[in-house]
Design a protein around this ligand. Structure first.
Ligand SMILES: [Zn+2]
Length: 420
């Protein structure tokens, strides 16, 4: 009998909405005959999460009352805890053309793939500013999550869905992309009862490795769970991040204590609210804990560094089974002589390094993403205390590939030989 945390919701069972076999074939044929509603990248990610059971117990895109409950009270009308609304929008013309109870085909606007069939139960308009102020704590259009909400079309469509596709996630990210039931089966086979999820959307450096190791000390194992959905421009793509994790796990971990996985969602950058959503779907994946570091799921300086810690103490008891493993900012400290955090290290001075990455003075080794990119692109050594050589080598190769592509483009433009 599995001792893993039960899935979210009253029924405590996974509810994947993805059709299979004959049913799927028939539904695909039918979808081609229905009115088409385009899905944005975020909506497509949400549909896939419902398809694979990651968003259990949702049965479709939210109604007005569930939207409002989720936005204002983080709870749907039946009392189910839900910290960020999951909604679908359409233009007024599209919405007007749909009758009540009519089935429509939901189509990923980027690929044209039929993602789902929805039975439209309700059409409604929302106060987008209210949603932004409650969920993102701001209505500043510079916030990437706010921009996505404000760009939604005029009318929200609600109703149950049957999911037809996971897009190319299973093939493009074979071995990494997992459904919650897959992850649970792996954990059960390993005999794990408690599992800590480490959310990653950047390459895994020593600070992340330290978080993972602390988590392994207090649970049966760590689930390094990567975001495979859309990121901000300039972020490192998933395949490179996977290589970095492999290099670390093979050389510096007991591999039997680590499972890698990936999930199809886009980032919303909703900080504390998103930390709760991240914990909620990790519960569906069977994780008893989510590692929540400094400024989890934040962007810019919209959130305080520990807002995502505090919010776990503010939600009702039992709202989530998955608990936050709250971690401070972690780093190597030369004066401590080991990995440490703001909570443990008394040496407030930053470490100073020379041009070859050698230690000169100070304590805490804090490298910004910009400083790291500069070291990588200028072929300057990156201290092993910050990132292991195996990881650095993978990142150098990635940046070298980028530079070649940029050069090729510039060359093409300069000679007028630009291919269409
Ligand atoms: Zn120290």
């Amino acid at each position: 009998m599995s001792q893993l945390v039960t899935p979210h919701g009253k029924e405590k069972v996974l509810k994947p909405l993805l059709l299979e076999g004959e049913e799927l074939t028939e539904a695909k044929k039918k979808a081609a005959t229905l009115k088409k509603i385009p899905l944005t990248s975020r909506e497509t990610g949400d549909a896939i999460m419902m398809g694979i059971g990651g968003f259990t117990p949702l049965e479709g895109f939210m109604s007005h009352d569930d939207w409002k409950g989720s936005v204002v009270d983080m709870a749907m009308t039946d009392g189910t805890f839900w910290p960020i609304p999951v909604t679908l929008s359409a233009s007024k013309d599209q919405a007007d053309a749909i009758g009540s109870g009519e089935e429509v085909a939901l189509v990923d606007e980027e690929t044209g793939e039929f993602m789902a069939i929805m039975t439209v139960a309700e059409k409604y308009t929302i106060d987008k500013v209210l949603e932004c102020k409650e969920v993102f704590k701001t209505d500043d259009m510079e916030h990437p999550g706010v921009a996505v909400v404000m760009a939604q079309k005029e009318v929200n469509l609600a109703g149950p869905i049957k999911v037809l596709s996971e897009l190319n996630f299973p093939t493009e990210f074979a071995g990494i992309y997992q459904r919650p039931a897959d992850a649970r089966a792996i954990f059960e086979e390993k005999g794990w009862n408690t599992v800590a999820a480490l959310q990653l959307r950047n390459p895994m450096h020593q600070s992340h490795a330290y978080l993972a190791k602390v988590a392994i000390e207090v649970t049966d194992g760590v689930y390094i769970h990567q975001l495979l959905g859309a990121l901000k421009p300039g972020d490192i793509p998933a395949d490179t991040r996977v290589k970095c994790i492999d290099a670390l796990v093979q050389n510096y971990f007991r591999p039997e204590r680590v499972v890698q996985g990936g999930y199809p969602l886009d980032m919303r950058y909703a900080g504390p609210r998103e930390a709760l959503l991240h914990a909620l779907f990790r519960q569906n994946y069977g994780c008893s804990h989510l590692i929540v570091g400094r400024d989890h799921a934040g962007v810019g300086d919209y959130y305080g560094p520990f807002d995502a810690h505090k919010i776990f103490d503010e939600i009702p008891m039992g709202a989530l089974l998955t608990q936050a493993l709250k971690m401070d900012w972690t780093f190597h400290c030369y004066q401590c002589g080991e990995m440490a955090s703001m909570k443990t290290c008394p040496h407030s001075e930053k470490a100073v390094l020379d041009d070859d990455g050698n230690y000169v003075s100070g304590g805490r080794l804090l490298l910004s993403g910009t400083a790291l990119r500069k070291m990588l692109s200028e072929e300057k050594p990156v201290p092993a205390e910050f990132s292991k050589p195996e990881v650095v080598a993978i990142l150098r190769e990635f940046y070298a590939g980028l530079e070649e592509k940029v050069e090729v483009k510039l060359h093409g433009a300069a000679t007028g030989d630009v291919k269409k």
